[in-house]
Design a protein around this ligand. Structure first.
Ligand code: ZN
Length: 256
């Protein structure tokens, strides 16, 4: 998939980031669909800063972030830090789309959706305030640490230039929909952390000992918790109840 055919749509724009925005939005609108229900995406006027697309069927919103490069990388730059945190805490943030493309060939390398309920304050990094000489001196932006989103929260439409089937995209999206009901940000942070640790084991079958190896890492992230192992077991039970993984007995687990 390639962005070249959308270049002429950007001729009216002078600013490079506006050009890229028009090109990538047209690409997404023409080729893709809502991962929740399969409905058509409708892009919003460019002056609306957030929520770039609406689904014509179910009204879910999506915000698109694009960058050049070979991979999605560790982080993506976003807007004001405080606004982002407020939106996450008030459950008012949109779903996100992340796209990366090759700057020379304009091939789309990866394009994925991340459900809004995967956003917790822990994956938002505060940037340094803009310098005194800047137009908006003191303004504080943020980065989205996409590397810290569990694998199951990145639903790929295009992965390493390969297009995924629509059925697969919708199935993967709905599989992790259970997180939507988690209304406690702190509890959700724990669940996402344990899902990340399970990802890092890189095995479909693993033991409690495998996951206890992350005890120090989790203690660093949750310094007030004094019984990390019990907390891990509790999160694994929640993931089992949500059909995310299976208990195989004797401290063994498998991913579904
Ligand atoms: Zn929809």
């Amino acid at each position: 998939m390639n962005l070249k055919k959308y270049i002429e749509l950007s001729n009216d724009y002078k600013n490079n980031s506006q050009k890229i925005r028009v090109i990538t939005e047209s690409f997404v609108e023409e080729n893709f669909y809502c991962p929740y229900c399969g409905g058509n995406l409708i892009s919003r006027p460019n002056n609306e800063k957030v929520k770039d697309f609406d689904c014509s069927k179910c009204n879910e919103n999506y915000e698109l972030k694009s960058k050049q490069g070979k991979g999605l990388g560790k982080k993506v730059t976003d807007g004001a830090y405080n606004t982002m945190i407020e939106r996450i805490i008030s459950y008012n943030n949109p779903n996100f789309y992340f796209l990366n493309y090759d700057i020379v060939s304009l091939d789309v390398i990866n394009f994925c959706a991340v459900p809004k309920y995967f956003f917790v304050p822990e994956i938002i990094e505060k940037r340094k305030p803009l310098s005194q000489n800047a137009k908006r001196a003191g303004w504080i932006g943020c980065n989205i640490l996409i590397e810290q989103i569990p694998n199951s929260g990145k639903i790929f439409y295009v992965k390493d230039k390969q297009i995924q089937s629509k059925d697969k995209v919708i199935e993967e999206w709905n599989k992790i929909n259970f997180l939507q009901s988690s209304k406690n940000i702190q509890a959700k942070g724990w669940l996402l952390d344990v899902m990340n640790c399970v990802d890092k084991i890189k095995k479909p079958n693993f033991s409690l000992a495998d996951i206890y190896k992350f005890e120090t890492y989790l203690k660093d992230r949750h310094p007030n918790n004094n019984n990390i192992q019990a907390k891990i077991r509790q999160q694994l039970q929640i993931l089992r109840d949500k059909d995310y993984l299976r208990f195989e007995g004797e401290g063994l687990y498998s991913l579904r």
